[in-house]
Design a protein around this ligand. Structure first.
Ligand SMILES: Nc1ncnc2c1ncn2[C@@H]1O[C@H](COP(=O)(O)OP(=O)(O)OP(=O)(O)O)[C@@H](O)[C@H]1O
Ligand SMILES: NC(=O)CC[C@H](N)C(=O)O
Length: 623
């Protein structure tokens, strides 16, 4: 709802101007600061009720600690996505905050689909969202749907009318704007004639809306809030719509309804139905807190002036990762291209590893634990967290450094024949998967007369500053008890080095460098894909997204493909056995962290690898 792709249905009366909203927000912020100084000193966790959550600091300190102290009751939270798109990295924060907070305090968290806008919902999003919550390691207490409450919400809407707190309005968008103080919301506010119509009339008109008499935009149910109160500066209290006409089938309720409740009407009431204790959302809902409380009170879900009954909404800052595109509408352009502007798709799908959708991040191979560590280390406050991608990558790298097994992977192989070894030479080495765990799991590595090394480890013309292989130069091979010296090489017609000849060197001086290698008789061919930023611009959100200008800023090197890579075969097979169907991740020695893309491997009949992150932060990134 907060992005550039506002989920506010087009039939709703227009929102207030940004300027008025900002002014009101500032005023409200002051009041909030004042209220925050009144925090009571209460114990953090009720004894015996809580179980420690991972990344506990996030909940034991700072903003989330305060939120709990404000209302130290058994915790019931909810993660309430709209099923209108795939989740992104920002949602991982919302998931971690809501599920983690409940877990930390020994409470429960619902996964609630906020499915009140049938125009944008699709089955695929429901499934993917459930999948992503699970992937992050959380288990919803219950999976619920706002639409399951449509009957109850409808009854409450009638009740609100009967309490003279809602009315059916037929004003145009322009007229509604004027009632709210005109285009800049600074003029005088006033109610329309419908506002004072008899309760019975609103009731029968609301039923007529329900029964299909009106087309979209011809009628709204509006809450009778504080539109006409000159001292009410919060636009969220200026008679918001509660119901609108949408003549669309709903994925769950089919054609039963011709009217649908708005976010402002639905969210707080569903929170109340589920007895949510702490309704944690992002700061763009700060002003909505007033209407949230107003409606709960109006329908007796909250005792006025008390937090003891009814849910309590509190707002934390969104997570934004600089240089990435998170808006659903924009990702859709990247995924689908644009017929109108003759633009081809820029990525292969919503789960393309270059995207920061959660399905993309998973496909790239990022371990969910690393993502949660990233979020927890950033901490939670009510300020927007705008963070560089490199910080995310550092956390992932740190996690993989500790956890990822090592394998040898050659991206751009050149064969090397160790000519003084017998033709049938073959020996087996047992090498631990992790250098810091010498007694841990190990793999078998074969060494024969022919091996592959990486093209970047060879220079045709030696250079005193180059310590790897070159004519007449000696180099070490990782984990091999002898060194090799280059005795010659051949080139193809196109001028590329095609093969290298070498001999074994035993004893002598310690070499200046050890290079990685893969045995040619026992390797698996692979395609390795290295990912760089999708855009050349550091601020892709500022590009021209209306007329397709963004396409000029696409990074031609966002995916660098090595079609002829080779990787240790036995090691990979051993990992497959150890991972038992989980994603295979490993550090390609001296190369980077990779995962096996099972979906593409199956489709292409070949091992397909995605680079998760490089070994070190690359300051000369191929942008
Ligand atoms: N960038 C973000 N950082 C933290 N929380 C977020 C972020 N984006 C969305 N959320 C939270 O996730 C929950 C579910 O989000 P929902 O999909 O309905 O949001 P949204 O604001 O429409 O997301 P989008 O960014 O796709 O427009 C909400 O509580 C929302 O506040
Ligand atoms: N209160 C909230 O968390 C908002 C959730 C809601 N689905 C949205 O529009 O983002």
């Amino acid at each position: 709802m907060a992005s550039e792709d506002p989920s506010t249905p087009p039939e709703e009366p227009p929102k207030v101007s940004k300027r008025a909203a900002e002014k009101a927000a500032k005023k409200a912020e002051k009041a909030k600061k004042k209220a925050e100084t009144k925090v009571e000193n209460v114990p953090l966790r009720p004894k015996n009720e809580a179980k420690p959550a991972q990344h506990a600091n996030m909940f034991a300190e700072g903003w989330l600690k305060k939120v709990y102290e404000e209302k130290p009751v058994p915790v019931r939270t909810r993660f309430p996505p709209e099923p209108n798109g795939f989740l992104h990295i920002g949602h991982a924060k919302a998931i971690t905050v809501n599920f983690g907070f409940a877990e930390y305090h020994g409470g429960v968290c619902f996964l609630r689909f906020d499915d009140t806008n049938p125009e944008k919902e699709d089955e695929i999003f429901f499934t993917s969202i459930i999948d992503m919550v699970k992937w992050l390691g959380f288990k919803p207490y219950q999976i619920t749907y706002s639409s399951d409450n449509f009957d109850r919400l409808y009854e409450l809407a009638e009740e609100l009318i009967k309490r003279d707190k809602a009315y059916v309005c037929h004003c145009s968008q322009e007229e509604t704007n004027n009632q709210r103080g005109g285009p800049d919301n600074r003029g005088k506010r006033y109610g329309c004639a419908h506002r004072d119509r008899p309760i019975e009339e609103s009731l029968s008109e609301f039923r007529a809306m329900r029964d299909g008499k009106y087309e979209p935009r011809e009628a709204f149910l509006r809450m009778k809030q504080k539109l006409t109160d000159p001292s009410e500066g919060n636009p969220q209290m200026w008679d918001l719509p509660a119901y609108r006409v949408v003549k669309k089938s709903h994925p769950r309720t089919g054609d039963k309804w011709r009217i649908y409740p708005t976010y402002d009407f639905t969210h707080c009431l569903c929170d109340a139905f589920e007895e949510i204790s702490h309704s944690l959302c992002t700061t763009e809902f700060y002003l909505s807190r007033t209407s949230y409380d107003w409606l709960c009170e109006a329908l007796d879900f909250k005792i006025p002036g008390s937090e003891s009954k009814g849910p309590m909404q509190r707002e934390y800052g969104r997570l934004n990762v600089a240089g990435t595109i998170l808006s659903k509408r924009r990702i859709q352009m990247l995924v689908e291209g644009s017929l109108k502007h003759n633009i081809l798709p820029a990525v292969r799908g919503w789960d393309d590893p270059r995207l920061y959708t959660l399905v993309g991040i998973r496909r790239r191979g990022v371990p969910p634990e690393a993502l949660k560590t990233f979020i927890s280390e950033l901490g939670v406050t009510d300020a927007l967290t705008n963070i560089e991608v490199t910080r995310f990558e550092q956390t992932v790298r740190r996690h993989l450094e500790q956890t990822a097994p090592r394998l040898s992977l050659i991206l751009d192989p050149i064969p090397v024949t160790i000519e003084d070894l017998p033709e049938d030479y073959s020996t087996e080495l047992r090498i631990p998967f992790h250098p810091k765990k010498p007694d841990g799991d190990a793999r078998t590595v074969t060494l024969s007369r022919k091996i592959y090394i990486d093209r970047s480890d060879f220079l045709e013309k030696d250079d005193p500053n180059f310590f790897r292989l070159a004519p007449n130069k000696t180099v070490g091979l990782l984990n091999v008890p002898f060194l090799i010296r280059c005795t010659g090489f051949t080139k193809s017609d196109s001028g590329d080095v095609e093969s290298i000849q070498a001999v074994k060197v035993e004893g002598g001086e310690k070499p200046k460098a050890y290079i990685h290698w893969v045995d040619a008789t026992s390797c698996t061919p692979a395609t390795a894909r290295i990912y760089n930023a999708l855009f050349l611009s550091d601020e892709p959100n500022t590009l021209d997204w209306k007329e397709g200008g963004w396409v000029k800023s696409l990074n031609p090197n966002s995916e660098v493909v090595y079609e002829n890579a080779v990787v240790e075969k036995a090691g990979l097979e051993e990992l497959r056995k150890m991972e038992k169907g989980e994603m295979i991740r490993f550090q390609g020695l001296r190369t980077g962290y990779f995962c096996v893309d099972e979906k593409d491997s199956e489709a292409k009949g070949k091992v397909m690898l995605n680079q998760i992150v490089s070994l070190k932060e690359d300051t000369s990134k191929t942008r």
